[in-house]
Ligand binder design. Structure first.
Ligand code: NAG
Ligand code: NAG
Ligand code: NAG
Ligand code: NAG
Length: 659
């Protein structure tokens, strides 16, 4: 069994791995929205159920937020009782009051830890320093600034002389505050302080600060100066929630989509992606299934059917193919290739007479497969392919003077060709056979010319009407078959190519127009040029046909061992006789009337002489041969009168062979 002609290439992406990739991708796709939506969800809802965050009466809105990452980074509050706590520059403040939609806050510094407040008490015995922070309040770097009114209130605060100082080596911060209370609010208020004011001398500076801070320090901010506010406006316009990147040191602004919009948008996205994925998976599945089916079919074809048939099917629709016979069918039709049924034997194989199931009588040609010379086991696939090619060509040929190919059988046991059976023997049988079977004398000159014309027309058809042209390569009188009505059909065309093919010969066939072949052809008919070039072409057929013409003229065999060596080949003999002007010596006696050859013999001999020219360029082509023979036949009919009615052979008592 030969391998299938074209092995299937594996698909570039194995379907299983692609499917896994797609599944993983799908899985990630579902995870992604879950992680990102968490922050935005909190920014919008903010555990509203157990809300308690004084002074806010409702959920703090932008810029405030009690959830990290939401709102403005400088307005992060911690909900606690009695006041929410806001942290500015690492200093905690109680958020005493906030008017909604205003841009100011009332803050009060909280005490630090209880431990540090204890140590503070030692510094000021008579005052509780509960609210006084242990360092200056700095608002730099925040959006806040102390309102003017509170700055002025501090700036007019002056200690009375001499200040009642605690142990300054121990309580340096308190001493500093008592000497210059404005230090509590650094930076801004210092520049604005009104040194000219005479009033406001406070003996108990720390006590005053204590009360003062309990009332709270008002801070304000300018929304126009802060990019967060403008960014949030555009974010809110698109139903977003304002926040920032808490892991980013820059605390970059972030706009979270509202959950509804998010779900809507993501949903649309997800549906689109899902659709694409679904289609993609479908495509993969189809691809996979198709590959599996195609592979199994390939395997099935290769293992179950003969590659010959596979090839033929692929190249032509089954309806146009010649019927395929089974080996068994042909075996039984020929009585298992019974020797008694053998009606011919040649270089290519043996011919058996067979009767098909439908009653048709056929000639079954059993080709010797081992004859395919170099096309041995390694080349088998090729020889099979070329065999198929030839079958295609031969079965498509249709000419009244060519034997019809009925069908074929390709089997490991042998190649079989089934031809129409031409029942009346070959031309060789008629010319050289035993007199009682056919009788040479029945071959009148007109009949012989007609046979020549039909044979030439078959050759012309092979050479000029078939693409690519077929070189018969074995035109002999044994390959010209005679029907009951004495019409002829040429057989065995193309067989040499069927069998003696190798890859190189096919290539040469295309390039040089000739076919390199192993030794073949029939002695006596073989183009002498072949021994020089080892190429057979159309002109080689013309040579062989020339020899057949000479057979028709002389009635002698193409090769006759009984003749002397120089004249063993008919062509050599007749050519030399013609050159000596002694043609009449070799003309078939039947064609000689009153010592002279009948009209037209000379003309045909002249044509044959040209056909067997040693140089192939001197030989005429098939078209020319047909034209010349038709011309001769037409003249014969004019001259020969009644003898020319060959076509209606049944009515002619001259030509009917046996009835
Ligand atoms: C501010 O208050 C928080 C808790 O409300 C506390 O963890 C933090 O230490 C306080 N910061 C200072 C500087 O006291
Ligand atoms: C705050 O402003 C918003 C619009 O910007 C308005 O809907 C809301 O009623 C205002 N609230 C108060 C208390 O003025
Ligand atoms: C202040 O405290 C230091 C030790 O901390 C002490 O030596 C000094 O006497 C105290 N001064 C007064 C006036 O009490
Ligand atoms: C937040 O900031 C970090 C650090 O700069 C960055 O890696 C991350 O991508 C940011 N996240 C978003 C949602 O912008």
């Amino acid at each position: 069994m030969s391998p299938p002609p074209t092995p299937l290439k594996p698909p570039s992406l194995p379907p299983h791995s692609a499917t896994t990739t797609a599944t993983a991708f799908l899985f990630l796709l579902f995870l992604l929205p879950l992680t990102t939506s968490a922050a935005s969800q909190s920014c919008s809802t903010q555990h509203s159920s157990k809300f308690s965050c004084p002074p806010f009466t409702s959920i703090p809105s932008f810029p405030f937020s009690s959830y990290p990452g939401c709102g403005h980074p400088s307005f992060q509050i911690q909900c606690s009782f009695p006041h929410a706590i806001i942290s500015i520059n690492n200093l905690n403040f109680s958020l005493l009051h906030y008017e909604p939609n205003s841009t100011s806050l009332l803050l009060s510094p909280l005490t630090p830890s209880p431990q540090s407040s204890l140590s503070k008490t030692s510094c000021s015995v008579q005052h509780s320093l509960f609210f006084i922070p242990n360092r200056p309040i700095s608002l730099s770097g925040s959006p806040f600034r102390v309102s003017d009114s509170y700055c002025s209130r501090l700036s007019v605060l002056k200690p009375c002389q001499p200040p009642n100082l605690p142990n300054c080596s121990h309580c340096s911060w308190e001493c500093k505050l008592i000497k210059n209370p404005i230090h509590l609010l650094r930076d801004e208020c210092v520049s604005k302080s009104h040194q000219d004011s005479q009033q406001g001398c406070q003996g108990d500076v720390l006590g005053f600060l204590d009360k003062f801070l309990k009332l709270g320090v008002e801070v304000e901010w300018d929304e126009d100066q802060d990019s967060y506010f403008s960014s949030c406006k555009t974010c809110r316009a698109s139903n977003g929630f304002c926040g920032f990147n808490s892991s980013d040191p820059e605390k970059a602004f972030l706009c979270f989509k509202s959950p509804a919009a998010q779900i809507r948008e993501k949903g649309v996205n997800r549906i689109a992606i899902l659709c694409i994925l679904f289609l993609f998976m479908c495509f993969l599945i189809i691809l996979f299934v198709a590959t599996v089916i195609y592979r199994s079919r390939q395997k099935g074809l290769a293992s179950e059917e003969d590659p010959t048939i596979v090839f033929l099917r692929r190249h032509r629709s089954a309806g146009l193919l010649p019927p395929v016979f089974t080996y068994e069918e042909l075996g039984s039709s020929t009585n298992h290739f019974d020797v008694k049924r053998k009606i011919g034997d040649g270089g290519f194989g043996s011919v058996f007479l067979g009767q098909l199931h439908d009653g048709r009588i056929v000639a079954v040609k059993y080709l010797h497969k081992h004859n395919s010379s170099t096309a041995a086991s390694g080349n088998k696939a090729f020889s099979t392919k070329s065999f198929c090619n030839e079958i295609l060509i031969l079965s498509s040929l249709n000419h009244p003077n060519l034997v019809k190919l009925h069908g074929y059988c390709s089997d490991p046991r042998g190649l079989l060709l089934v031809y129409e059976y031409v029942p009346n023997g070959s031309l060789a049988d008629h010319l050289h056979g035993s007199t009682n079977l056919y009788g040479k004398d029945r071959l009148t000159w007109n009949l012989r010319v007609d046979i020549a014309v039909q044979t030439a027309m078959a050759i012309e058809y092979l050479h000029f009407s078939v693409v690519p042209p077929i070189v018969h390569r074995d035109i002999t009188s044994s390959n010209i078959f005679v029907e009951k009505d004495m019409r002829v059909k040429v057989g065995d065309f193309g067989l040499s190519r069927l069998l003696v093919c190798s890859e190189t010969t096919m290539e040469r066939d295309d390039s040089s127009g000739g076919v390199w072949t192993g030794p073949q052809g029939t002695p006596g008919y073989l183009d002498p040029d072949y021994h020089r070039s080892f190429l057979l072409n159309e002109k080689s057929d013309i040579y062989s046909f020339g020899v057949v013409l000479l057979e028709l003229i002389t009635g002698m065999r193409a090769v006759d061992q009984r003749r002397e060596k120089r004249e063993m080949a008919l062509a050599d003999m007749v050519v030399s006789r013609i050159q000596m002007g002694l043609l009449h010596q070799v003309v078939d006696p039947i064609l000689v009337v009153d010592g002279e050859a009948v009209e037209g013999v000379d003309a045909v001999a002249e044509l044959a002489f040209r056909c067997v020219a040693t140089d192939k360029d001197d030989r005429p082509d098939a078209k020319e041969v047909v034209a010349e023979l038709k011309r001769i036949r037409g003249r014969n009919r004019l001259v020969g009168g009644g003898a020319g009615v060959l076509r209606s052979s049944n009515s002619s008592n001259v030509v009917v062979p046996e009835s």
